[in-house]
Design a protein around this ligand. Structure first.
Ligand code: MEV
Length: 418
């Protein structure tokens, strides 16, 4: 089974959905057992080793977005998110993109940036000295990784920048490190710390900070797709989506919400696959302001046939080995569900998820508004919160939607009447 467009996936029960994912991603019986019985994946013992002062674990829903086709390969996307509508919206956006071939995505470079702050230094004379010693610095950095240099990866470049501050000029030495399929925060920090004494010796200055930059501008991903005008609902809706985009492109207050919607897609996949979501969001938001003004991470135009064309560009520092993936069995399983073979492939998927999400949000906002769909899903939460059993939920939701009275109180009243 290789086709991710699965009709009425949302109407199937859990076992049917699991069976489809099992076939699609070639999951084993043990994988299914894990999904069904592990209550979210990690034991207290594991949690206790992951963070300090642990007192328990905390579960979130794991859903599957269907219809994704990216660079001519089909994917079922695992998404971990607490917000209703997101999985449905991603699936819908991906469905519309499919009829014109799905998403085309690309990672332009994959260098992690490590920063070494040098103070009490004559910056002008230090820069050429660093440049002359770059091989020595890179060799020392690479001696700290057993695996990366063997793979032809590791520290590749040393760059210098001068910054002026209220405390005087500073030299920032940056290591560009190809961290392969790892997000690479640890190896980047290790390399920066390792070369710091050498940098002090070369420059005669004092090194203060030695740390990864989360502003991953050397790990830029782009994704694009064509969305058919008829499937979107006609020419008018295409025009309205472009107008909605222009609002975000030219107004920070709207752009933050617009980009938040993109993050709904990107971060849900990040959560499922055990990525550092704080790093991703911090970088995405800085990138949104790269031209001096916070703006949209996506661009929406139309092509010569009047179809909508969407593009997204953002930094994504992600990994499929190391970190939480080593300890969280569900994160590991989500990588298996995606069947990704490299960190770059995962980054392409996360960018496409963001674009699909943005399309669906703009389409709803520029037509009937998001509340109709949203409230229906919210009603499901309220019905369960009121104590309804799964077989009672649909009835209560239907009634609340019909009455246009979606509230916990009404859900409780209706439950009592059943
Ligand atoms: C809600 O989580 C996300 C939206 O607000 C995004 C947007 O406004 O574009 C619907």
């Amino acid at each position: 089974m290789t086709d991710s467009s699965i009709p009425k996936f949302f109407e199937k029960d859990r076992n049917e959905r699991l069976e489809i994912v099992k076939k699609f991603s070639d999951l084993s019986k043990e994988d299914l057992d894990l999904l069904e019985n592990s209550l979210g994946g990690i034991s207290f013992d594991v949690a206790d080793k992951m963070i300090e002062n642990a007192i328990g674990t905390f579960s979130l829903p794991l859903g599957i977005a269907t219809n994704f086709r990216i660079n001519e390969k089909d994917y079922l996307l695992p998404m971990v998110i607490e917000e209703p509508s997101v999985v449905a919206a991603a699936s819908k956006g991906a469905k519309i993109a499919r009829s014109h071939g799905g998403f085309t995505a690309k990672v332009h470079e994959s260098f992690s940036i490590g920063q070494i702050q040098v103070v009490d230094v004559d910056v002008k004379s230090a820069i050429p000295k660093i440049n002359q010693s770059s091989k020595e610095i890179l060799d020392l950095a690479n001696s700290k990784s057993k695996t990366l240099p063997k793979l032809g990866k590791g520290a590749k470049e040393v760059n210098c920048r001068e910054i002026s501050t209220d405390s005087g000029p500073m030299l920032i030495v940056e290591l560009l490190i190809d961290t392969g399929d790892a997000m690479g925060a640890n190896v980047t920090n290790t390399m920066c710390e390792a070369v710091a004494p050498l940098v002090e010796k070369i420059t005669g200055g004092n090194v203060l900070l030695r740390i990864l930059s989360n502003y991953a501008t050397r790990r830029i991903v782009t994704a694009s797709a064509i969305f058919d005008k008829e499937q979107l609902g006609g020419e008018k809706i295409v025009e309205n989506i472009i107008l909605a985009y222009q609002f975000a492109a030219n107004d920070e207050y709207r752009a933050v919400t617009h980009n938040k919607g993109i993050m709904n897609g990107t971060i849900a996949v990040a959560n499922a696959t055990g990525q550092d979501s704080r790093a991703i969001e911090a970088a995405a938001n800085a990138y949104a302001a790269k031209n001096g003004r916070y703006s949209s991470l996506t661009k929406w135009t139309k092509d010569e046939n009047g179809n909508l064309v969407g593009k997204i560009e953002l930094p994504l520092a992600v990994g499929i080995v190391g970190g939480i993936i080593n300890v969280h069995p569900i994160a590991k399983l989500c990588i298996k569900i995606l069947n990704v073979k490299s960190a770059n492939e995962l980054a392409c998927i996360m960018a496409a998820a963001g674009l699909a999400q943005n399309l669906s949000a703009l389409r709803a906002l520029a037509s009937e508004g998001i509340q109709k769909g949203h409230m229906k899903l919210h009603a499901r939460n309220l019905a369960s919160a009121a104590g309804a059993k799964s077989e009672q939920v649909d009835k209560i939701v239907q009634k609340m939607v019909q009455e246009n009275n979606i509230s916990l109180n009404r859900a409780k009243e209706l439950l009592n009447q059943i």
